[in-house]
Design a protein around this ligand. Structure first.
Ligand SMILES: Cc1ncc(COP(=O)(O)O)c(C=O)c1O
Length: 380
């Protein structure tokens, strides 16, 4: 079956739920045994829950995996994956990425002797040289948050495998609708379902999808052992959101590309970082690796942080808020918001400078969005 059909039906068999067409919320912590020493298909909701199971099956089929896992948050998904590693292991991490992932590596895992080594994975020679003894995995975001740089998933996954390591990709920005990392050789896909997959800014959630049964076994064990799973209400909401993922992504993509083009010719804008623009240094590669660009991108204002603050104070339809991927448009300043947990020298090394704005373009009417940005830029 094709993507749109899977998004609506995968995992959901009404006959297993008293004929309910929409998956019910199994709001129960525990399940009655059929008899002594005879559990039913579920025994305890940390280990498994029917609402969660439908979502997990759906996520796996959309990403082209064999097993999916739903988590309480994107960070819970990341933490669970990274708990596969032992003290002494190293994970190669692409230079620029979501600030919370950097914080997890630096302020949680490093103290437990799981090291992150930052490299520019766009540079094949630099990446190859970084695969030294003890490197067990490579962590990739593509496009990166918020700089919209791309990493060649197929090449980096192959490189990791040659060195006996695995490749992990955070696919939050594009979702499987626009990019399927497992098809390119990546071993583990991670999501913040808080973003496009749920799409309505009313849930925090995470997901992991794998193809290899041995990895599925490990992640399933850790999800249960660590108790990082998503609750049934949240799974229900994500399931409701995921049904419209394809149509939402088309609209986000169309609106964002139009806005990126419009911003590119605005006199107060210094640069627009959007892989769908011909000016993006990896535009040709983007067209090869991705089926679309999503709805989130960044741009730089000529007047630096003062100009950014003036613009953010004067938007009305765009909401100044962290997060992305909802039907409504959001705007934020990475240096003081989403990426504020990063030390100043790391921000500078990454190129996340005070003149940078990130927008998550929603699916409102394009004319209204452009009018709002135009009026706010007029005040800069
Ligand atoms: C790319 C990316 N990965 C992971 C996360 C973490 O997800 P959550 O906020 O659901 O824990 C975020 C959150 O912004 C993100 O942007």
């Amino acid at each position: 079956m094709k993507f749109r059909t899977l998004a609506i039906h995968s995992g959901n068999n009404p006959q297993e739920h008293l004929g309910a067409v929409m998956t019910p919320i199994y709001q129960t912590s525990t399940f009655a045994f059929r008899g002594v020493n005879r559990p039913g298909p579920f025994d305890y909701s940390r280990s498994g829950n029917p609402t969660r199971k439908v979502l997990e099956t759906c996520l796996a089929s959309l990403e082209g995996g064999t097993a999916g896992f739903a988590f309480a948050t994107g960070m819970a998904a990341e933490t669970t994956v990274l708990m596969m590693f032992e003290a002494g292991d190293t994970v190669l991490v692409h230079n620029d990425l979501y600030g919370g992932t950097h914080r997890l590596f630096e302020r949680v895992l490093r103290g437990k002797h799981i090291a992150a080594r930052y490299v520019d994975l766009r540079d094949a020679a630099q990446a190859e040289a970084a695969f030294t003894e003890g490197v067990k995995a490579v962590w990739i975001e593509s496009p990166t948050n918020p700089l919209m740089n791309l990493v060649d998933l197929e090449a980096v996954a192959a490189m990791a495998h040659r060195h006996g390591a695995i490749a992990i990709c955070d696919n939050t920005f594009l979702t499987p609708y626009f990019q399927r990392p497992l098809d390119l050789g990546v071993d583990i896909v991670v999501h913040s379902t808080t973003k496009y997959i749920n799409g309505h800014s009313d849930v925090v959630g995470g997901a992991v999808v794998v193809r290899d049964p041995a990895l599925a076994e490990k992640i399933g064990f850790l999800q249960n052992a660590m108790g990082t799973c998503a609750g049934p209400q949240d799974c229900f909401l994500v399931l409701r959101g995921i049904k419209t993922l394809a149509v939402r992504m088309e609209e986000h993509n169309r609106n964002a590309l139009q806005i990126a083009r419009w911003l590119s010719s605005h006199p107060k804008v210094a640069a627009v970082l959007h892989p769908g623009l011909e000016t993006h240094p990896q535009h040709a590669f983007a067209r090869k690796q991705m089926r679309g660009y999503g709805g989130t991108f960044s741009f730089r204002l000529k007047g630096g942080q003062d100009a950014v603050f003036r613009m953010l104070e004067n938007v009305h339809l765009f909401t100044v808020a962290e997060s992305l991927g909802g039907v409504e448009s959001l705007i934020e300043h990475p240096v003081t918001m989403t990426h504020a947990s990063l030390p100043a020298e790391v921000l500078e090394r990454m190129g996340i400078t005070p003149d940078l704005i990130r927008i998550s373009v929603g699916i409102e009417d394009l004319d209204d969005l452009l009018a709002d940005l135009d009026a706010a830029l007029a005040m800069v």
